[in-house]
Design a protein around this ligand. Structure first.
Ligand SMILES: Cc1ncc(COP(=O)(O)OP(=O)(O)O)c(N)n1
Ligand SMILES: Cc1nc(C(=O)O)sc1CCOP(=O)(O)O
Ligand SMILES: [Mg+2]
Length: 414
């Protein structure tokens, strides 16, 4: 926002003294909400000094009209003429932002580089959360140019980014103004719905298995529903044989159920599915993607669990930014081929060394869950179970019974 001729002149002088790699000028005069942000007195200095220095200028319809002496701009043809007329003032490129076109039309931006016109069409996202749309578009172009992109590709990325953010933010209700904010980092909505990881969530960890669900003729979603009804405190979708598209749909459907019940949903192995479904996190093993890479991909808020059989594994998981570790096989298991059994002693060794909370896994069920929990190491927070819940006729009943056994074990421990 450059509210006076003096400031525009000072800026232009400084730009001559300290040239920049690319100058993106968003000629802020009238906001999307219709507020006047700079008076007509600055127009001459914009036209005579600032715009000729610009690599790109990004006016909205009202600003383009003001720069051209008030011509009405109502159609895409008008926008093309305006882009050309503004280009004649001196900037190397012009992007006229058509967000203010009549609501019946697509959101169309017109880009002119002095030779060719490009129209960027996107469907109009009906939302009051448009505060900062123009600033976001211009800033994204600037960021892309700073990264070394060519102008056309920077403009394309910026347009796509604004569309993605508007779509993501469309239903967020924040603040009392007639225009709501855009959620640039795509964080606010999920934070509202998701609570932070609590190690106590590991108490009864239900891990699904596609073969078992198929054998008992139930869908992944039904299996998850039943485990939650039975009292599972965290769910992992471990679906090794399901096709990616089906896995993603199942993850989305399970997430809805899990969110309603405040139960975290993790995805085994598949970081892509976790990202695409916005699941609460992933569980990865020693031969999967390294946890520090998963953390970089998923960001700081998602839950990451890592399988650990040794203290060294546990130390690395902590360094890599994991939230918990799964340690086993405590007992032999038929669920995972060639799995090394570390026994209760191996589990205890890992727990004692681990700086992260631990969930025990492998061959655990009603008959031995108490023995596991009675190890009595403070960071052992629960048991993770596959076949004892899902290779059974009634998942809900088995989960409920195991929960009772686990609760008993905490009473005995006290
Ligand atoms: C809670 C929990 N602990 C350990 C594992 C095993 O993970 P991984 O070693 O990657 O083996 P697969 O499950 O991918 O076969 C787990 N899934 N969950
Ligand atoms: C998936 C998995 N991981 C293990 C490990 O030791 O890391 S044992 C295991 C299988 C657990 O299934 P069940 O409860 O049916 O024994
Ligand atoms: Mg794995």
């Amino acid at each position: 926002m450059l509210p006076s001729t003096g400031i525009v002149k000072t800026l232009c002088q400084s730009l001559k003294e300290f040239p920049v790699q690319a100058l993106v000028v968003d000629p802020v005069m009238v906001s999307t909400s219709g507020h006047t942000l700079a008076g007509p007195s600055i127009l001459d200095s914009f036209r005579e000094e600032l715009l000729p220095m610009a690599d790109i200028v990004t006016p909205n319809l009202k600003e383009a009209s003001a720069l051209l002496g008030g011509v009405p701009l109502e159609t895409i043809a008008d926008m093309r003429s305006a882009a050309k007329a503004i280009h004649d003032i001196g900037p190397r490129n012009v992007l006229v932002n058509g967000g203010d076109l009549p609501a019946s039309l697509d959101a169309v931006d017109v880009f002119y580089d002095g030779n060719d016109f490009y129209e960027f069409h996107s469907s109009r996202i009906m939302t009051p959360n448009t505060h900062g749309t123009g600033c976001t578009l211009a800033s994204t172009v600037a960021a892309e140019l700073a990264k070394g992109s060519q102008m056309l590709s920077a403009v394309k990325v910026a347009k796509r980014y604004v569309e993605a953010v508007l779509s993501y933010s469309k239903n967020i209700a924040i603040g009392g103004g007639c225009q709501g904010p855009m959620d640039h980092l795509l964080k606010l909505k999920s934070n509202v719905e998701r609570r932070p990881f609590d190690p106590c969530d590991l108490f009864l960890y239900a891990v699904t298995d596609s073969r078992m669900n198929k054998k008992w003729g139930r869908s992944i979603v039904d299996a998850v529903k039943a485990a939650i009804e039975g009292g599972a405190s965290i769910i992992q979708l471990r679906e090794k044989e399901v096709e990616t598209g089906d896995f993603l749909e199942a993850a989305k459907a399970c997430l809805k159920i899990c969110r309603v019940h405040g139960v975290p949903l993790l995805i085994n192995d598949r970081i892509d599915v976790a990202l695409a479904s916005d699941a609460d996190g992933v569980h990865i093993g020693q031969s999967d993607m390294p946890a520090h890479v998963a953390r970089a991909l998923l960001g700081p808020d998602k839950i990451i669990g890592v399988s650990c059989k040794t203290p060294e594994h546990a130390q690395q998981a902590w360094i890599d930014g994991a939230d918990y570790i799964g340690s086993g096989g405590v007992y032999p298991t038929n669920t995972k081929e060639n799995n090394k059994t570390i026994g209760l002693d191996g589990l205890k060794t890992v727990c004692v060394s681990s700086k992260l909370p631990v969930v025990a896994i492998g061959g655990i069920g009603m008959s031995n869950a108490q023995a596991v929990m009675r190890l009595g190491v403070p960071n052992l927070k629960g048991v993770a179970v596959v076949s004892a819940l899902f290779d059974r006729e009634c998942v809900m009943t088995e989960t409920r019974k195991l929960l009772e056994v686990l609760k008993e074990s905490t009473k005995i421990a006290k």
